[in-house]
Write a protein that binds this ligand. Structure first.
Ligand code: SF4
Ligand code: SF4
Ligand code: SF4
Length: 376
């Protein structure tokens, strides 16, 4: 059901805080995973709130994403202890679209459990790198207020002289799908648009309204611009990377620090192949390799690391770009994974995070699949 939440005194953030607070007070959820401004004011991090009194510094709109919250929801739900005396708590998770899509993938991968989760999706107004967010807020810019003012006019644009993260510039999913409660801001001039599952709408005492005129067109234009940007970036990548040497060159600055893997919501293995004895070689292995080839790059196995990671998870890559943001060598890891992911996902007609009941390509065997590769 669609409803418009009224806001007083142009205070959209205040209205959202009250809405979330009411969810806790009415027992619609027992806890909320919600972004909160840190005491220094220069970052916003997810917090787990059970006491409604702690809603005053929440900022669900903040245009920054220091961590992929799908991983946090997986941590909170994927391994629930079972026992008579352990209460089942209902979690409300405030998430951006890429976080919801990653969460759906993690649920299919049996790393998260959505049974007791209310997904509260919110229009994403783009996100800055953490350092840019800190720099701008340090100068006294209120990025949330700025983003909200633009969104009301149907625009999602960065602060002058700055850019959103590379992944956000080409993200074609600014609005949340598969949410129990979807909060709409783009192209909504008065109030906040809520799209709420009927049973929750009743609990929250909402009555139906029409979607504001102009929202659909604003979202459509934003998505079209993002798709154009995505296609241009991926096309440029495909012209640049055409064979193994050019792929190797792409990763030439990689120091195999594993940051991209740690930041990635889909890389969930507790024990990674690369952090075990298989790649922890004795020194003579390096000397022998160098002896054979005359010279070897150190650290070794960088391309193998990326190809292995890709092989494991690229069908589920949601293009959130947290890997790029985490890379100290400023490698466009997310763009590379998106470019490869686009091809592989198309091959299986699979879109990660689209539907919970859509089977994971790599976990499904179909006899009629990839027949042109011949019989193995
Ligand atoms: S990738 Fe999309 S949903 Fe995720 S933070 Fe960027 S714009 Fe938002
Ligand atoms: S590979 Fe990068 S873009 Fe893809 S899901 Fe992982 S962190 Fe996000
Ligand atoms: S974060 Fe960057 S440098 Fe570190 S392993 Fe990933 S691509 Fe390599």
């Amino acid at each position: 059901m669609k409803a418009i939440m009224e806001i007083r005194g142009n205070d959209t953030l205040g209205a959202l805080r009250t809405f979330l607070r009411t969810m806790l007070e009415k027992g619609v959820v027992d806890a909320l995973l919600v972004p909160q401004v840190v005491p220094s004011g220069d970052n916003v991090v997810q917090t787990l709130v059970r006491d409604p009194e702690h809603m005053e510094t929440t900022d669900p709109i903040s245009p920054v994403i220091p961590v992929q919250s799908a991983t946090l929801v997986a941590n909170l739900t994927g391994n629930m202890p079972i026992g008579e005396n352990i209460p089942r708590l209902r979690l409300g998770a405030v998430l951006k679209s890429c976080e919801i899509r990653a969460l759906i993938e993690l649920t299919k991968l049996k790393q998260a459990n959505l049974d007791d989760v209310v997904i509260i999706g919110i229009d994403c107004l783009g996100t800055y790198e953490v350092r840019d967010y800190a720099a701008l807020t340090g100068e006294g810019v209120s990025l949330t207020a700025e983003a909200l003012a633009a969104a009301r006019q149907g625009l999602v644009v960065p602060h002058g002289g700055y850019q959103f993260r590379a992944a956000c510039q080409m993200c074609e999913f600014p609005t949340p799908a598969n949410a129990d409660i979807a909060i709409g801001l783009i192209g909504v001039q008065n109030g906040i648009l809520l799209d709420v599952k009927d049973e929750l709408a009743e609990k929250l005492g909402l009555s139906p309204d029409a979607e504001p005129a102009g929202r659909a067109a604003a979202v459509e234009k934003l998505v079209a611009d993002r798709i154009a940007r995505r296609d241009a970036v991926i096309s440029e990548f495909r012209q640049r990377v055409v064979d193994m040497p050019s792929l190797l060159a792409e990763f030439s600055r990689c120091i195999r620090c594993y940051n991209c893997m740690v930041a990635c919501p889909i890389c969930y293995c507790k024990q990674c192949l690369f952090q075990g004895p298989t790649f922890d070689h004795d020194s003579d292995v390096y000397y022998r390799r160098a002896g054979r080839q005359g010279i070897i790059r150190m650290p070794t196995d960088t391309l193998l690391f990326h190809l292995t990671r890709m092989n494991h998870m690229v069908t589920s890559c949601v293009g959130c770009g947290l890997c790029t943001s985490a890379c100290p060598s400023q490698l466009p890891v997310g763009t590379i994974f998106r470019a490869v992911g686009q091809k592989v996902q198309a091959l299986f007609d699979y879109q990660p995070g689209r539907r919970l009941d859509e089977e994971l390509p790599l976990a499904t065997f179909r006899e009629d699949e990839l027949t042109d590769l011949g019989e193995g």
